[in-house]
Design a protein around this ligand. Structure first.
Ligand SMILES: *Cc1c(COP(=O)(O)O)cnc(C)c1O
Length: 339
């Protein structure tokens, strides 16, 4: 599969190099050149599919022949090697439990897939790569665990002092080996700025090969499609209607992966992005103006993002057509409950 840079469509890159580089020129995000459709039979037979098979079907077209199918099957099996149950709240509402992975964050799925792909691609090269990541709490732990003891990769995590929970701090700092965590006397935005500065620093980049492991990286973004299909598999065993899918959103990588799966043929009636006090996208849906701002700290710190980086991918999916993206910015009860 070929990917292009959303900031400069002339820059094209394969899966391997997009995974290694993370982002393109001018910090542009990579986007797949075409949206591969799911086989209809696959969707019909979802209840009979294992999670490993679903994961393989989700990822194979995006990887192409850059990883052999045997190895890709091993990678996706390790990616989804914990339970992902859809738990019923009542007759109409269920919740997908994505906290059964090693660091209790849904980011475990993306981090496990990305780390294994990156390690595979580095095997035939002399390169050592440093994964540099800023975290407000969840990302750092998932990335640290996903890359722990993986050869040729060092991980450096910047986290804001006193702003991550005690459990999260232990997840970041207690592993050792190839994982280093640095406590920054400042906010998450300060950590993020240090990371951005490092990526554009020529002296650092002449000595270290840096890459990022947040949802900007396609190898962390794309595998998030997998659990939407794992959810659907369980949903259609109990319901006749297509689901309305609500996703707590910060950088909008997660919901964007769900939308991508939908564009590939996964049935869903509607998507709802749930935001906290950081409501740049709800505002955009009301005013058609995209106005990033400084993030406001809240209790749901993983959603405290003032400039959601994956929104450009959502726009691209909808052909940059505001009207098709904006059906309704708030769900009405009739959209949740079908007669
Ligand atoms: C990462 C995270 C989010 C935000 O996900 P995005 O893909 O950035 O929209 C929301 N909730 C929790 C608990 C998270 O860990």
């Amino acid at each position: 599969m070929i990917y292009y840079n959303l900031k400069d469509h002339q820059e094209k890159i394969d899966f391997k190099n997009a995974t290694i580089k993370g982002q393109g020129k001018e910090k542009g995000l990579f986007f797949p050149e075409n949206i591969p459709q799911f086989n209809e039979e696959f969707i019909q037979n979802l209840p009979q599919c294992s999670n490993e098979e679903i994961a393989y079907q989700c990822m194979k077209d995006f990887v192409g022949d850059e990883i052999s199918s045997e190895i890709l099957k091993e990678i996706v099996a390790e990616t989804v090697s914990f339970k992902i149950p859809l738990v019923k709240i009542n007759e109409q509402i269920s919740v997908l439990e994505l906290f059964h992975g090693p660091t209790l964050a849904f980011k475990d799925i993306g981090a496990r897939f990305m780390s294994r792909c990156l390690s595979y691609f580095l095997k035939d090269q002399q390169k050592k790569v440093t994964v540099l990541v800023a975290t407000s709490g969840d990302t750092g732990g998932a990335v640290a665990h996903g890359f722990y003891k993986i050869p040729q990769i060092n991980v450096v995590i910047l986290y804001p002092k006193n702003r991550v929970s005690p459990v999260q701090e232990k997840q970041l700092t207690a592993l050792g080996e190839n994982i280093s965590a640095i406590e920054v006397n400042g906010s998450f935005d300060d950590c993020q700025n240090l990371v951005k500065q490092a990526f554009s620093d020529q002296e650092i980049n002449s000595q270290l090969f840096l890459t990022s492991a947040n949802s900007i990286n396609i190898a962390r973004w794309l595998p998030q499609q997998i659990y939407y299909l794992i959810a659907l598999k369980q949903w259609i065993q109990q319901h006749k209607e297509h689901p309305v899918i609500c996703v707590p959103s910060g950088n909008f990588g997660n919901i964007c992966a769900g939308l991508l799966a939908h564009f590939r043929g996964m049935p869903a009636d509607h998507f709802i992005a749930a935001c906290n006090d950081n409501h740049v996208i709800p505002d955009y849906l009301k005013t058609q103006k995209f106005e990033p701002h400084q993030a406001v700290p809240t209790l749901s710190n993983a959603m405290d993002v003032g400039n959601p980086s994956n929104f450009v991918r959502i726009l691209e999916l909808f052909g940059n057509q505001f009207d098709s993206l904006k059906i309704q910015y708030l769900p009405t009860p009739s959209m949740i409950r079908k007669p």
